[in-house]
Design a protein around this ligand. Structure first.
Ligand code: TYC
Length: 116
């Protein structure tokens, strides 16, 4: 969580007095920016076994068993659901892992990422 007291809040003014009553005000930009975050979204289908989805949510998204069941049932009942929120490359890797595990097990399970 970010707030105004944290280390990435580097914005400040530098007043350079040159003895002639003229000052230069410069503002330095923080060199770090918070990365964009991406939701990894699971899509429902009629064929992928519920147990496989629950297993996958634990294996790929490090969900506790109860949470994995809750997320799977949410996707099952509403059509889509969020597995987690990650930076770009982490989200991309998890989507690829889901697609590869689904393919290898011959399930039609689909997964996508979306910028928050
Ligand atoms: N609807 C599937 C079934 O009843 C289960 C399922 C849940 C499939 C979530 C995909 O993302 C999914 N077997």
């Amino acid at each position: 969580m970010m707030n105004g007291m944290m280390a990435d809040d580097h914005e400040h003014d530098d007043d350079h007095e040159r003895g002639n009553g003229v000052g230069v005000v410069s503002k330095t930009e923080p060199k770090t920016k918070r990365p964009s975050l991406y939701k990894v979204i699971l899509l429902n289908d009629d064929y992928t076994p519920q147990e496989f989805v629950v297993w996958l949510l634990q294996a790929v998204f490090k969900r506790e068993p109860e949470e994995a069941v809750r997320i799977m049932m949410h996707v099952h009942n509403s059509g889509v659901g969020i597995c987690g929120v990650y930076t770009y490359e982490v989200a991309e890797t998890k989507v690829a892992q889901v697609m590869e595990l689904s393919r290898r097990n011959q399930h039609p399970l689909q997964c996508m990422m979306e910028r928050e």
